[in-house]
Design a protein around this ligand. Sequence first.
Ligand SMILES: Nc1nc2c(c(=O)[nH]1)N[C@H]1C(S)=C(S)[C@@H](COP(=O)(O)O)O[C@H]1N2
Ligand SMILES: [Mo]
Length: 410
Amino acid sequence: MPKHSTLSTPSRRGLLSAAALGGMGLLASRAHAETVDLHVPGGPSTRPLTATYPEKGRMIVQRTRPPWLETPFEVFDTGVFTPNDRHFVSWHWATFPTHVDTDRFTLKVRGLVERPQALSLQELIRDLPRFEIAAVSQCAGNSRLYAQPRVAGAQWANGSMSNALYTGVRLRDVLDRAGVKGGATHVRFGGLDEPLLPDAPKFVKALDIDHARDGEVMLAFAMNGAQLPMLNGFPLKLIVPGWSAVYWIKMLDDIAVMDHPDTSVWTTRSYRVPDTLNHTVEPGQTDYSLIPITRNLPRSFVTNLKPSDTIPVGVPQPVRGIAFGGDRGVAAVDLSLDGGRTWQPTILDKDEGTYGFRQWQSTISLAARGAHTVMTRCTNTDRLVQPIRRVWNPGGYMSNPVEALDLVAA
Ligand SMILES: Nc1nc2c(c(=O)[nH]1)N[C@H]1C(S)=C(S)[C@@H](COP(=O)(O)O)O[C@H]1N2
Ligand SMILES: [Mo]
């Protein structure tokens, strides 16, 4: 069990109440009866589902230690905001705390600052202006399961992503309270989770100072109007709108202002992609350099139909789904029924914010009996378009192909 498994009586104070997780290992090891089909070419295609994790609804179990829980795809059809209890879960180390004492918790701001801080949650909530933003959190390895050839790492289907409305304070205001000194170039973030082995690297990520101070990067103490689930980073999570979830440090308690880039393995060795078009390379290729993963890329999905669904021939069929633009808004979502030769526009629903999911809808009519493929393509407001070909790189990162959904008309 994790190092911090001692459970004390949760206290209630202000907006946040202490949260505790108990018996997770025990719960997770129960037999999984229900399964889900992730439509993996060549299989194995099914994964267990579980509803036994604290504060979590029915989730796909990718791994139990650390917990890697994926959102079942049908959840994305229910609205633009992913319910907190269905938000995916990913940790690097299994030793994250299962209890946080909110009366004792402090957020440290240190390094190149005039006034080092140890902010309590009460001070943070009381003293700093409130800020809200909708944003998609997506693991850099989302959709890795569909890489061909397959690659190592968490075998996520398309459900290691989630959209939420975050409430908290701007990172800029926190940094201003500490007073950033001249010469500061980067800000590094760490959480309460520590590796089990002393020589294993603690999980940290950093942003450059201008990004950290852009007024959108924030510290969230609530998502979708409720406190963060423990597994999603209670009591504070760094939100980096438009950027990969790897930067969204959970259980954030340490902010270090530095005069140099981060030198941790999480930046220098892992979470890197080929510096090539769409970050794609051929399997076995070696003549390329690597750059850190940063922004999200545009994506779009059908949510009301699944592979192999049968629809009546010649009858107009409503098709709807979600899209996001990555680090820009959604400009258009188009459908193709002829393998990408021609595209038809869809209607975009309400804009809930640049970095969030956008729902879209359309109608298709399949005139001939038999197999059909519906392709979805998002273009963001920077005119960046999803590639037709699935990105392949050894890390299985930043996959954002035009999705092809196979249907049957009968
Ligand atoms: N403290 C901490 N924050 C973290 C991580 C972690 O291991 N520890 N993993 C990162 C990665 S790679 C992902 S995909 C997201 C997952 O966030 P979630 O579990 O809330 O969905 O958290 C990010 N923040
Ligand atoms: Mo991730």
